[in-house]
Design a protein around this ligand. Structure first.
Ligand SMILES: C[S@@+](CC[C@H](N)C(=O)[O-])C[C@H]1O[C@@H](n2cnc3c(N)ncnc32)[C@H](O)[C@@H]1O
Length: 214
């Protein structure tokens, strides 16, 4: 069952990126300004390992490279999405690590990342076990004192994204999902305007991984 659910997810997203221009999807923004601002204010080094989880075709990776971040991973369940961004980046794509996987099945080494970025991915996880696996992957791969920025539709946001049902969160609910081991350091809401002018409420929350107990 797990495998077939994964195959359906992948087929959905491959068909989205195979049929729509990157700027013709509801979640498109020319730049992920709020995410970039959180990254800057976290103060992590330019050499720190940053992962864009479900990066899709967004320009976050372009902006990271432009800002001099040297250890960038883009992860997505859709090979089509990764292809679109790789093509756009051309030569510069070689400076990025590309990981085609479902985040709930992520097998990366422990402490691999210092900054985890997820905009509009966690909210698709409807099954408790899928959210548990996401949080387990985050716990394992985020280094001690690393940051996780998670953005989802907010309580007043839409009930669907890309035609799929979503769960909506406020910052407290996101914090509760992550459980012990994370400290919330900031949060905000954003009214995102889709390319066709519809407002959508997003909630952003920045968490810091606590030091392991001695
Ligand atoms: C709504 S889009 C957001 C894209 C990008 N983060 C942005 O803000 O523009 C959701 C993205 O997450 C990817 N995705 C959805 N479910 C996923 C999963 N379980 N594991 C990894 N990626 C997933 C999709 O392929 C898609 O690129």
């Amino acid at each position: 069952l797990g495998e077939s659910a994964g195959a359906i997810t992948r087929a959905h997203w491959n068909s989205v990126y195979g049929s729509k221009q990157p700027d013709q999807v509801s979640w498109f923004r020319p730049h992920l300004d709020a995410s970039l601002e959180y990254l800057r204010t976290s103060g992590i080094e330019r050499s720190a390992a940053v992962v864009d989880v479900g990066g899709g075709a967004s320009t976050f990776v372009d902006d990271l490279l432009n800002a001099g971040y040297g250890d960038v991973t883009v992860l997505d369940v859709s090979d089509e999405a990764l292809r679109v961004v790789r093509d756009r980046l051309g030569e510069r794509a070689q400076r990025v690590k590309w990981v085609r996987t479902d985040v709930t099945e992520l097998t990366m080494p422990s402490g691999a990342f210092q900054f985890w970025h997820d905009r509009a991915v966690f909210h698709f996880l409807l099954q408790p076990h899928a959210r548990e696996r996401y949080v387990a992957a985050l716990r394992r791969t985020l280094a001690s004192r690393g940051y996780a920025l998670i953005a989802t539709f907010g309580p007043d946001g839409p009930e669907k994204c890309s035609g799929l049902d979503v769960r909506r969160y406020d910052a407290d609910a996101l914090e509760a999902e992550l459980g012990d081991g994370f400290k919330r350091v900031a949060n905000s809401t954003e009214v995102h305007i889709t390319p066709w002018g519809t407002p959508q409420q997003f909630v952003y929350a920045l968490f810091r991984r606590k030091e392991p107990r001695r």
